[in-house]
Structure formats: structure tokens, C-alpha cells
Design a protein around this ligand. Structure first.
Ligand SMILES: [Zn+2]
Length: 276
């Protein structure tokens, strides 16, 4: 029979959100989230580890990993990490190495606005929107939408905690990470853009001509996706210009919005610049 502390910890791991971060990062072999090799939040060993840790940190060593312990734990971790090279998952700053890219976090990080995602993140869905990170953020906000990451030239802006659900891909928000590339391919908006030229679009998705993706933005997207995919246990490969079967979408990967929605042509013409 599980002890009261064990039962309490299972409940709190969901209420406080550390269950998501724990499982996601544990599954992908990243053990940095919970220190001291905590491997199972439900087992008696975990309760003992919590007690030791609480004792070391001047908390009542009851083995109940609740709000006070969680806040203390997060504060400790935050103090240890360089925030410009972390992403937020389950309320924790998790280190990520993005060479030459600055990572910023939305100060109003939508932990309260977005529901917890009960599904494990099985896919990344790549979109485009806006002319830069700021305009993309406004555009999403005004439309009541949200992506986890906005990609600019040399910068990544995180808007939604990785353990939460964004609102970016109809029918596929659960279990997905949304990434918005902050440039538009639309020629009718050309006067707004920099570093782009007109390219032919032979993908069969969208108009026959569109604007290219600037190399700096493409490189930033490749850097983010290249780091994010292995973290989530996904392979960073292209799935073609067509809409995929539901079964294949469920199987996961790094997809473009055009792969999940017949009405969208998001990133198909830029695929060669974004995917390896
Ligand atoms: Zn889209």
C-alpha cells in the first residue's frame, strides 16, 4: 500500500505541474530536472529523497513534496541556471543549448492561461506568422492563439510552458509543441519585410510565388528544432509537402502546419531551409 506521502506526491505532481516536466524530460533521457537521481515520484525511495532534501534545505522533512517544496526547488534551480539558455517546462527552467541564439521568456508565461497538456508531446508543428517576434506575438494574442515558441533572427521567444497546451493547430493542440517562424511568405505584404526575395513555390501548396525565408531566421529555426526534437525524443526530419494521415500525425515528429491541415500551406515552400 502506498503511504500517505506517496499518494500526496502523486497528487501534487499533477496539481503543481512537475509531473509533466518530470515525465517528459525523464523519457527523453534528460535527468537534470529533478536532482539527486529521483526516478519515480510514486515510490517510497522518492519520499526518502524528498525528506533528505527537505532536511538539507531547512524545510520540515515530512516527505510531502507540496507547494512549499516545489517553490523552494524552483528558486534554487533558477539561481543556478543562466536564463537566456533555458526553456520552461513544467514551471522549471530547463537548460537548452542554442548556439548563438538568445532565448527570452514571456514574463506573463501562460501557465495560468493555458490548460495542462495531459498528453506527452509527440510532435512539433511549425507555422509562420508576423514580420518579427513582436508582431507575431500581437497577432497571436489578438486572435486568442498561442504557440510555445516564436522564432526571429537570432532570437527565440517562449510564450507557453512546454507542459501546457498551445492554441495553434486545430485538432492537434494536445500533444503538440507550436513553433511560429516570425516572417511572412505572402507577397502582398512584401513592403513589410527585409532580407527576403521572391521565390517560386513548386510545392503545390499555396500560391506559385512567395517570399523566401531570410537565412538568419532559417538558421535560428534549425537551431531550435534541432535541439528541441531530441529533447522530446523526436526525429528531426521532413514529412513532405502533403497532408499526412491522422495515424502518421499521431505517430509524431517535426511537422509543418501544412502536414496536419489541408487548408494551410505553412512552411511547405520553406521546407528546404528549415529541415535538414
Ligand atoms: Zn499555422
Amino acid at each position: 500500500m502506498p503511504s500517505n506521502a506517496e499518494k500526496y506526491n502523486v497528487m501534487q505532481s499533477m496539481a503543481l505541474g512537475w509531473s509533466q516536466a518530470f515525465e517528459m524530460l525523464h523519457n527523453s533521457g534528460i535527468r537534470c530536472v529533478l536532482a539527486h537521481g529521483w526516478t519515480e515520484r510514486t515510490d517510497p525511495e522518492f519520499v526518502e529523497l524528498v525528506q533528505e532534501w527537505q532536511d538539507r534545505n531547512g524545510l520540515d522533512p515530512d516527505g510531502f513534496f507540496g507547494p512549499n517544496s516545489w517553490e523552494r526547488y524552483k528558486t534554487m534551480r533558477h539561481g543556478l541556471l543562466e536564463r537566456s539558455q533555458t526553456i520552461l517546462a513544467g514551471g522549471l527552467h530547463v537548460p537548452i543549448y542554442l548556439d548563438g541564439v538568445q532565448v527570452r521568456h514571456d514574463p506573463a508565461m501562460a501557465l495560468t492561461k493555458h490548460r495542462a497538456d495531459s498528453r506527452e508531446k509527440a510532435r512539433v508543428i511549425v507555422h509562420w506568422g508576423g514580420w518579427n517576434v513582436g508582431s507575431c506575438h500581437r497577432f497571436l494574442e489578438q486572435g486568442g492563439k498561442s504557440s510555445h515558441f516564436l522564432v526571429g533572427d537570432g532570437e527565440v521567444y517562449q510564450c507557453v510552458d512546454l507542459s501546457r497546451r498551445g492554441i495553434h493547430a486545430k485538432g492537434w493542440n494536445g500533444g503538440s509543441v507550436g513553433v511560429d517562424i516570425c516572417r511572412t511568405p505572402r507577397i502582398d505584404l512584401m513592403h513589410r519585410t527585409e532580407g527576403q526575395h521572391i521565390q517560386r513555390n513548386t510545392t503545390g501548396r499555396g500560391p506559385e510565388e512567395c517570399l523566401s525565408i531570410p537565412e538568419g531566421v532559417a538558421e535560428t529555426a534549425r537551431t531550435l528544432l534541432g535541439a528541441l526534437a531530441p529533447m522530446l525524443g523526436l526525429v528531426f526530419e521532413y514529412h513532405g509537402h502533403d497532408v499526412m494521415d491522422d495515424r502518421d500525425i499521431k505517430a509524431g515528429g517535426v511537422l509543418g502546419h501544412h502536414n496536419t491541415d489541408a487548408m494551410k500551406w505553412d512552411v511547405a515552400p520553406w521546407a528546404g531551409s528549415i529541415w535538414p
